[in-house]
Design a binder for this molecule. Structure first.
Ligand code: ZN
Length: 422
């Protein structure tokens, strides 16, 4: 579990040793961009192949900085570029490997504790295997409400495991799709999703809102939408983002599964370079993980709501992402998103910003919520969970439950609105 800037992702390749990675100090820079000129300077820097920079957070609307992971061997060059061009920056993570090592120690300690207690700790991060095992356990514990829906297998043949919450006894009802973990390194999203699975099961019959939603609608929840990528973040590279599919003609692995949906495929905010973290793939739904979800939803035919959980930045967003054009329902979606953000803030004050993907974050064509919206699912939202960049993708495990609790309030607000509108 280390960060390898060269990303030796070819099967059997092991030229970048763990010991080498450990003595280097990779850092995360927060770079301020105040105008178009500075954005183009930043792009120039990001496009230097030899620097191996990894864009953690794009500079969204002006005034919101970019976060960039700088490998140790590029530190000197990046600093002098930024200083020469007058770009303001600060170092937000001094030594990334120390942060990753500490996260890994906590994870290993939890594995031992769970082995001895035989009890899933919702306040810890888990392997795919442990998450799937807990999903089995939830199905077993609440057989009248929860069932396992296995929609297929990933590129590397891992299960795409969905939980279905239904009181409909087999009749097809209008439905809600909750998605998490499309981007492998965003660990807080699957951790939040599995907590929510348990919460829905537990609260049914106790909490008025969720009970009444489930009287009318089914909820489908996919906690790990990119299982191959997720496993890879545990075994090889904690900061892997994409799928793990092989790209013919390239040594680079994987496609960005949130640029691969059949909606303005290949447009702004995507890359045609298989080595890019925003590679859109050879064609829409080329990634089996994306295709399985898209086909399942299309075949079902009555999804009313689609929510995709990502991290980080603390945002609640709605379509479109392919450009700043307003969706036809933007006014209503904006109000719903704002209500969700208010509900989330009500628990412990965590502030979420609201807007369309394209205007709040950055252009991202071919993303999941644009596809959902274009396919008749009006209530399409994507969340960027905690935090705003202090811990970024390595959000400490002690923030899982607080994050999940506040996110649940936001999701419930949206689902209640959907229920009232259908
Ligand atoms: Zn993401």
């Amino acid at each position: 579990n280390f960060y390898d800037p060269m990303d030796c992702s070819l099967p059997g390749s092991s030229v970048c040793g763990i010991s080498q990675a450990k003595i280097l100090e990779h850092q995360v820079f927060r770079i301020n961009v105040r105008n178009e000129d500075e954005i183009s300077k930043l792009n120039q820097l990001m496009n230097s192949d030899n620097l191996k920079l990894d864009l953690w957070k794009s500079p969204s609307t002006l005034g919101h900085p970019a976060d960039v992971l700088v490998p140790s061997f590029s530190l000197r060059e990046v600093k002098s570029f930024l200083e020469d061009h007058g770009l303001e920056y600060s170092v937000t993570v001094e030594d990334l490997q120390t942060v990753l090592d500490s996260e890994d120690r906590k994870l290993q300690r939890n594995v031992r504790q769970e082995l001895s207690s035989n009890c899933f700790n919702y306040g810890a991060y888990h392997t795919l295997e442990a998450i799937h095992k807990e999903m089995d356990f939830i199905v077993k514990s609440y057989p009248r409400l929860v069932s396992a829906v296995k929609i297929g297998h990933s590129f590397e043949n891992r299960l795409m495991y969905v939980l279905k919450f239904s009181t409909g006894k087999g009749s097809r009802r209008p439905a809600i799709w909750l998605n998490a973990g499309l981007h492998a390194r965003e660990w807080i999203a699957p951790a939040t999703a599995i907590w929510i699975a348990r919460k829905i099961a537990c609260d049914y019959g106790r909490d008025l809102v969720i009970t009444s939603i489930l009287k009318k609608m089914d909820i489908f929840l996919l906690p790990v939408a990119n299982p191959d990528g997720y496993v890879y973040t545990h075994t090889h590279n904690r900061l892997w983002r994409k799928t793990r599919s092989v790209n013919p003609g390239s040594t680079c692995i994987g496609t960005d599964p949130n640029r691969n949906w059949n909606s303005h495929f290949g447009g702004a905010g995507t890359s045609r370079d298989p080595c890019s973290d925003m590679y859109h793939g050879p064609h829409p739904h080329s990634e089996v993980e994306v295709k399985l979800v898209a086909d399942f939803i299309a075949h079902h035919g009555d999804f009313k709501c689609f929510i995709d959980l990502h991290s980080y930045s603390q945002l609640v967003m709605y379509p479109y992402g392919y450009m700043t054009m307003r969706a036809g329902d933007a006014d209503e979606l904006d109000i719903v998103a704002q209500n969700a953000a208010n509900a989330m803030a009500s628990l412990s004050g965590t502030q979420y910003r609201v807007g369309s993907v394209g205007s709040t974050l950055y252009a991202s064509s071919g993303n999941s919520v644009d596809w959902a919206y274009d396919n008749g699912i009006k209530y399409a939202f994507t969340f960027e969970l905690r935090d705003t960049g202090f811990y970024a993708f390595t959000l400490p495990a002690d923030q899982i439950i607080p994050t999940a609790q506040e996110t649940w309030l936001g999701l419930k607000t949206i689902m209640e609105h959907v229920q009232n509108k259908i």
